[in-house]
Design a protein around this ligand. Structure first.
Ligand code: ATP
Length: 223
């Protein structure tokens, strides 16, 4: 848990989901999750690999391997959790279903956040039941180097009236608002570039945790 306060006077529980392909997980994901946890005083960040991402090509690496790499990367990091709930569902891994399951687990009053990088946010209007995402959770958009936040018309309509400027305003309600965050250690690392480097036999040292690199080498992934 990253929240400074605890005990009976503590504010409402705050849980975030950071979904993704994690193909493979890297320090851009992990450092963002840690800083998100601290900046928003969250109780926990659930990092949730998708079984079958609906909006992109199926990953070449099995969900079980992507989950194992995520768990190895997180290790014992306080506040972060490798959550396997999407691996137990068949069909496309829609975020609304994942949020509904988190909402059911944590209750109506918990402050639930779906965190995502700005690249993912720009495609939000094409997601499954985008309006319902806001019924279930808040959205926190993380700035990413090289990706400008320039929403198209459909996205502008979707987020109209939802944007807030502070975490206090965000957490005034359990769901429905949107906050843009610039985290202190913004990192220009992508899984696409890591896969390219691994295929080319180039070094990925310091771009991802050494435990993840060891898993990749010993399982012969991304060759
Ligand atoms: P790919 O290059 O294969 O698209 P990726 O590096 O973007 O992969 P994903 O698993 O698709 O990784 O990302 C999961 C979530 O993490 C997305 O919301 C994405 O925007 C965000 N994210 C990925 N990399 C970073 C980063 N370096 N900084 C901040 N957020 C990131």
């Amino acid at each position: 848990m990253c929240a400074a306060e605890s005990g009976p006077a503590a504010p409402m529980r705050r849980i975030a989901m950071l979904g993704g392909t994690f193909d493979p997980v890297h320090h851009g994901h992990l450092r963002s999750a840690v800083e998100l946890c601290e900046m928003l005083s969250l109780d926990q960040v659930h990092m949730i690999p998708s079984q079958l991402p609906p909006h992109r090509e199926a990953p070449g690496v099995a969900a079980t391997d992507r989950l194992a790499m995520l768990a190895a990367g997180i290790d014992d990091t306080p506040g972060l959790r490798a959550d396997d709930r999407e691996l137990h569902r068949s069909g496309p891994s829609y975020s609304v279903d994942t949020l509904a399951s988190l909402r059911e687990e944590f209750g109506e009053r918990t402050r639930l956040v779906m965190a995502l990088g700005v690249d993912a946010f720009l495609k939000l209007a094409e997601w499954h039941e985008p309006e319902r995402l806001f019924e279930l959770s808040h959205l926190v958009v993380i700035a990413r180097p090289g990706h400008a936040a320039l929403p198209g018309d459909a996205l502008k309509a979707l987020i109209k009236g939802r944007e807030v400027e502070s975490s206090e305003s965000l957490f005034a309600t359990p769901a429905g608002r949107l906050l843009h965050l610039r985290l202190p250690s913004s990192m220009d690392i992508s899984a696409t570039e890591l896969r390219r480097r691994l295929q080319a036999g180039l070094s990925v040292r310091y771009l991802l945790p050494s435990a993840v690199e060891t898993y990749i080498q010993s399982s012969g992934l991304y060759r």
